[in-house]
Design a protein around this ligand. Sequence first.
Ligand code: XUL
Ligand code: CO
Length: 479
Amino acid sequence: MRRVNLTREESWALPGVFLLKNFLVHTVFLVLLWGLPMKNPKSHFPKIHQIAYEGPQASQALAFRHYNPDEVIGGKSMEEHMRFSIAYWHAFRGTGGDPFGPGTIIRPWESGKDAVSIAKVRMDAAFEFFQKIRAPFYCFHDRDIAPEGRTLAESNKNLDQIVAHAKQLQKATGVKLLWGTANLFSNPRYMCGAATNPDAHVFAYAAAQVKKALDVTKELGGENYVFWGGREGYETLLNTNLKREQEHLATFMHMAKDYANSIGFKGQFLIEPKPKEPTKHQYDFDVASGIAFLRTFGLEKVFKFNIETNHATLAGHTFQHEIEVAAAAGMLGSIDANAGDLLLGWDTDQFNTDVRELTLAMLSILKAGGLGTGGFNFDAKLRRPSIDTEDLFHAHIGGMDAYALGFKLAQKILADGKLEKFVADRYASFDTGYGKDIEKRRIGFRELNKLALGKLGEPKPRSGKQEYLENLIMSYLHG
Ligand code: XUL
Ligand code: CO
């Protein structure tokens, strides 16, 4: 065959090439058309736009009145200050079920050909929600995001598929993982505990599950890793070797840290105390007993605390109390933001809109220098009759606004300085003289005895001024 040298234009005009060209152009066009919906996947919340800050006078309900992510306070945006996070288990696995009846909440995205594909669509909906509600972080248990398989290997395989999906969504949206954790409490194998189970077989299985959870938390850039010991406690002391179980729990935590170090996971380890529920007694009862546990077993440098409001009240403390105890030990890590119903007495996990409580909590958090790698994770769920998708937005808007307002009011209280000055003055006798010597441990009972019998005489009582201080706080809240 004779070869002819054709120009580029001429070669495009040849019949065969013309057909090929047309074919290519059409194919590219079709692929582009087909690709469009892939780039703009179907919205799961088509009627709801990204929530905007509209200020306290906002006319519509789906707007922020106090949380303005872009507002800069003290050189940092509110988004950076608050580090809000969505709890996957409540927001995307919560059904409204309770011990007396099944779930009431049916989500349109909960359908598909198999559990893994449903999990992927659910995750698409979750990331759309994170963006629309303007939460920069989310948190999960391994089994929230991916279905548990028939074997551990199958569960790990499911998790790998979903983690790959999460990684893409994180990259596409900029939403990050505040913390990961393992669910060591739902499956019946853990009914007598995980690390504190009397059966070493269960301990081994739990270790393997946490190993994997640490792997995926690292893979997704998680900034912390949480241990909530849901069933690490007992139902009755009749069948329990408490000492051995506590030692096993500590061993498990040491193993977790050794493994995390070995894979180069730099996230902060957090313990989330809770006194009871589901067990009668949980070993990490509250922050104080958590500190004692960690110090007893040489783990105090490894852990900080993830403090949950409702867990604090179940332990008979205020939220602020738990924050102060952790802060005093330099172990304040993160917050599971919710509220309990004090008349009910179980872990109702409600959204917190009590601005006074949150202002006081924020005051303690700010005085402690903030949360570092932690954040405010909404470990809170909708009430059983709140079945509209929109309710998920109202709930989180309320929580975010209440926390943002609490933050701003606490800033105001600190800037004003009256409260801090009052407290500083109350302890001023320890700033100089024998008071300072006491703090520095430079004197003892003999010297103090001499002073008390000699020039000091009877101490003069001073008012604690509680009512004045309560009114002062009220003046910041309500003018
Ligand atoms: C349970 C609870 C957990 C932890 C994570 O009361 O708070 O969801 O936050 O395991
Ligand atoms: Co929690």
